[in-house]
Design a protein around this ligand. Structure first.
Ligand SMILES: Cc1cc2nc3c(=O)[nH]c(=O)nc-3n(C[C@H](O)[C@H](O)[C@H](O)COP(=O)(O)OP(=O)(O)OC[C@H]3O[C@@H](n4cnc5c(N)ncnc54)[C@H](O)[C@@H]3O)c2cc1C
Length: 399
C-alpha cells in the first residue's frame, strides 16, 4: 500500500491525515510537539464550522461569542451583534481534538522532529532523531516557520506580518477589534475559557513598537497584561504579487495551511484555510493515484478555484483598507462610524465576521446595496475608490 507522510500536526496536518487515512491510504503524521498552545487567537468562523461541523459539535472547551466591539483611532467602538457566533478555542485543545480524530480514523501519530528530507527514486526518506521514515508522498503542514527550504512558500519580508500578544487570566464575553492610527494591522481581544488571547498583528513596524501599542491599548482598557504570558509568531500575509508565484506543490509533495502561506491577507484567518487546503490536497492525492508530476498542478487549480483567487484579490486592496484616508479620517474609522448609521453596512460587517462575504463580490454587493441614504452613498463611494474591479471572468467562478 502507498504511504503518505504528513509533516506537522496543526489544523492542516491533522485534517489532512484524517482525510487521507479515511480514504484508505497508509498515513503517518509526524509533529515535534503534537498538541501545543500555538500562538494564535483561536477564533473559528462560521465559514469553518459550517463546512466542518465537528468544529462546533464536540466536547472540547470553547467560548461561543455573539458580540464584538469594533473601534478605530478617534472613533468610539461600534457594537456588532454576530449573526453567526465565532468559536474561540485554546489552540492546544483544538489541535488535540483534531489529532484525536486523525488517530481514531487510523492514522499513525508520531512525536518526532523531522530534521531532513531526502528524495529517493519513487518517494522520500524523512530523517528524525530516532531513525528514518520512508513515504511515497509528502504533505507539508509544518506551519509558517516551515524548516524545509525546498518545499512550501518561499518567504520574503513583504509576505509576513509580525503577530504577538498575551494570554491574560481574566474573563470577558465579547470580542474587541481595534484599528490603530497608521497601522496595517489591528488589535484583537478574544475571550477564551478562563483567559483572553489579546494580540496585535502588523506589517512594517518592529515587534517592539507593536508590543508597546498593544500594551498601551490594554492599559487604557484596564486589562492587566503584566499578569499575562507573552506569545509571538509569524503570520503569513502574502503580497498580491506572491500569490501568483506561491510554491504550493512540487514533485510528490503538496504544502497546506501556513506552510503554503494560505492565510487571509486582511483578517489573518488561517485555521479555515489550513483545513480547507488539507481537504483539497487529500482529495487530489487520493484521486490522482500519486502521479508525481500532475497532482501538484491539479492541487493548485483546486485551491485557486476554491479560495486562492479570492485571497489574492483581497491582498490587492488590504493596504488601502488599513491605511487609506477619506477627508483626514482613516478608512477603518469611516467604517466604524458609518456602521452605526447604516443597517446595510452593519449586515455586511456581520457577513465579513462570519466569513460568508468574499472579497471578489464585495465591491458589487456594496454597489448594489449601499445606495439608500446619503450615508450609504458616501460609504459606497469610499469603497469604490479602495476596492478595484475584480478580474474579468473570475468572479462568477468563485463561491
Ligand atoms: C498571533 C496569531 C493569531 C492568530 N489568530 C488566528 C485566529 O484567531 N483564527 C484563525 O483562523 N487563524 C489565526 N491565526 C493563524 C493560524 O494560527 C494559522 O493559520 C494556523 O495555525 C495554521 O495551521 P497549520 O496547521 O498550517 O500550521 P501550525 O498550526 O503552525 O502547525 C504546524 C505544526 O508543524 C509542526 N512542525 C513544524 N516543523 C516541524 C518539524 N520539523 N518536524 C515536526 N513537526 C514540525 C509544529 O510543531 C506545528 O504543530 C493566527 C496566527 C497568529 C500568529
Amino acid at each position: 500500500m502507498k504511504r503518505v507522510a504528513v509533516l506537522g500536526g496543526g489544523p492542516a496536518g491533522a485534517h489532512a491525515a484524517e482525510k487521507l487515512v479515511a480514504s484508505g491510504l497508509d498515513t503517518i503524521l509526524i509533529d515535534e510537539k503534537l498538541a501545543w498552545e500555538k500562538p494564535c487567537g483561536g477564533g473559528v468562523t462560521y465559514k469553518a464550522y459550517e463546512r466542518y461541523p465537528y468544529l462546533f459539535e464536540n466536547q472540547t472547551q470553547k467560548k461561543i461569542v455573539t458580540e464584538s466591539y469594533i473601534g478605530a483611532y478617534k472613533s468610539v467602538p461600534a457594537m456588532l451583534g454576530l449573526n453567526q457566533p465565532i468559536l474561540i478555542f485554546s489552540r492546544k485543545e483544538l489541535n488535540q481534538m483534531l489529532l484525536d480524530r486523525a488517530e481514531a480514523a487510523g492514522a499513525q501519530i508520531e512525536k518526532q522532529r523531522v530534521t531532513g528530507i531526502v528524495e529517493r527514486e519513487h518517494g522520500w526518506t524523512l530523517n528524525t532523531k530516532s531513525g528514518n521514515i520512508d513515504a511515497d508522498y509528502v504533505v507539508v503542514a509544518t506551519g509558517a516557520r516551515n524548516p524545509l527550504r525546498e518545499m512550501g512558500t518561499e518567504w520574503t519580508p513583504e509576505d509576513t506580518m509580525v503577530a504577538l500578544g498575551y494570554y491574560i487570566p481574566t474573563n470577558q464575553d465579547h470580542i474587541d477589534i481595534q484599528f490603530l492610527d497608521r497601522l496595517e494591522g489591528y488589535i484583537w481581544i478574544f475571550p477564551r475559557n478562563g483567559h483572553l488571547s489579546a494580540g496585535i498583528c502588523g506589517r512594517g513596524e518592529t515587534a517592539q513598537r507593536l508590543r508597546l501599542r498593544l500594551e498601551r491599548y490594554l492599559d487604557e482598557k484596564g486589562i492587566n497584561w503584566k499578569q499575562g504570558q507573552l506569545y509571538a509568531h509569524m503570520l503569513p500575509s502574502l503580497s498580491r504579487r506572491h500569490w501568483r508565484t506561491n510554491r504550493v506543490a512540487g514533485k510528490r509533495w503538496m504544502a497546506v495551511g501556513d506552510a503554503a502561506g494560505l492565510v487571509d491577507p486582511i483578517t489573518g484567518e488561517g485555521i479555515y484555510y489550513a483545513m480547507r487546503s488539507a481537504d483539497l490536497a487529500s482529495q487530489v492525492i487520493t484521486a490522482g493515484g500519486f502521479d508525481p508530476l500532475t497532482s501538484g498542478a491539479v492541487y493548485r487549480g483546486r485551491i485557486e478555484d476554491d479560495f486562492l483567487l479570492d485571497l489574492e484579490f483581497g491582498a490587492s486592496f488590504a493596504q488601502k483598507l488599513y491605511l487609506g484616508r477619506f477627508f483626514f479620517k482613516s478608512i477603518p474609522s469611516c467604517i466604524v462610524d458609518y456602521m452605526k448609521r447604516s443597517p446595510k453596512l452593519y449586515e455586511l460587517m456581520q457577513d465579513i465576521f462570519s466569513g460568508t462575504q468574499d472579497y471578489l463580490t464585495l465591491r458589487n454587493r456594496l454597489f448594489r446595496n449601499l445606495n439608500g441614504t446619503v450615508n450609504e452613498a458616501v460609504v459606497n463611494f469610499i469603497f469604490q475608490r479602495i476596492i478595484p474591479e475584480p478580474p474579468v471572468g473570475v468572479r462568477a467562478e468563485v463561491r
